[in-house]
Design a protein around this ligand. Structure first.
Ligand SMILES: Cc1cc2nc3c(=O)[nH]c(=O)nc-3n(C[C@H](O)[C@H](O)[C@H](O)COP(=O)(O)O)c2cc1C
Length: 253
């Protein structure tokens, strides 16, 4: 669709005419570096009646590697007349959100994987944008409390069996910020009931104690590395914690 702009515009126009709610579009910057089509497509879709456009600042060829291109998002912002452009890609901290907003002029940012590990990111970003102040990271106890509430809600919506099965994918996202968690992850990916989950959690709590200091905090060498957005890297620094994506081609996610 990013290579057939006129056809895509007809598709969106037909949707806009068919429904009473706003139609928004989500795109990447283009197919590859030689085909950065997002600015032209955004302009076409605005004319077709799209109400807003979300742009992931990478090309299709990049997949989820390489740096999110803020200049690329800025070019899309400049290409449209009035509709809001929402920037996307690698926003894992409040500072990254501010940088994307400032450097691209986008009307907002959307956060995907950053919220898997840190559901507080929306509150923290909102606070930072208003006050310039970074809120403290949630404690282990707070993360566990919210994880348990997440499970309860999934059980409420999907039933215990299906909810727990779906939670096998979710719990390791939370665990990513627990420090050493292999004991937890190994067992939680097989969980099938709520009592079993609570037992896994209790065993894990005890196992995790070996990594704590007298104050009950993770010893510094066991603390998880901060998540740093690709576009927040200092020049010359190439290492960053990889944010995993599902296996297999993006077409089948
Ligand atoms: C598991 C997963 C599923 C996704 N599904 C969709 C989707 O259905 N539609 C879409 O436009 N983008 C989808 N994306 C892409 C995200 O919306 C987003 O553009 C991308 O993850 C980059 O933003 P992030 O770094 O904040 O995660 C998906 C990403 C992931 C990791």
């Amino acid at each position: 669709m990013m290579m057939e702009l006129a056809k895509t515009a007809v598709l969106v126009k037909t949707m806009v005419e068919a429904v009473k709610i706003p139609v928004t579009a989500k795109m990447r910057l283009g197919w590859d570096d030689d085909n950065i089509t997002a600015p032209d497509l955004a302009r076409e879709l605005e004319q077709a009646g799209a109400s807003a456009i979300f742009v992931h600042g990478r090309t299709r060829e990049q997949g989820f590697t390489g740096i999110v291109n803020l200049d690329g998002i800025r070019a899309v912002v400049k290409a449209v007349k009035t509709i809001p452009i929402i920037g996307n890609g690698d926003v894992t901290t409040p500072e990254a959100a501010r940088k994307m907003l400032e450097q691209t002029g986008c009307a907002g940012v959307s956060i995907g994987r950053g919220a898997f590990y840190n559901p507080w990111i929306f509150l923290h970003t909102h606070h930072y944008l208003r006050t310039g102040e970074l809120m403290p990271e949630p404690s282990f106890a707070q993360r566990v409390q919210v994880m348990c509430r997440h499970l309860d809600l999934m059980v409420e919506v999907f039933g215990e069996e299906h909810g727990c099965r779906m939670f096998r994918k979710v719990a390791p996202w939370y665990a990513k910020r627990f420090g050493p968690a292999n004991e937890f992850n190994k067992r939680v990916v097989r969980v099938s009931s709520r009592p079993e989950f609570l037992e896994i959690l209790e065993n894990y709590r005890q196992w995790r104690e070996q990594f704590l200091d007298e104050a009950g905090e993770l010893k510094p060498r066991f603390q998880p590395q901060p998540l740093v957005a690709s576009f927040m890297q200092e020049p010359g620094v190439t290492q960053r914690e990889h944010i995993p994506v599902p296996k297999g081609p993006v077409e089948v996610w």
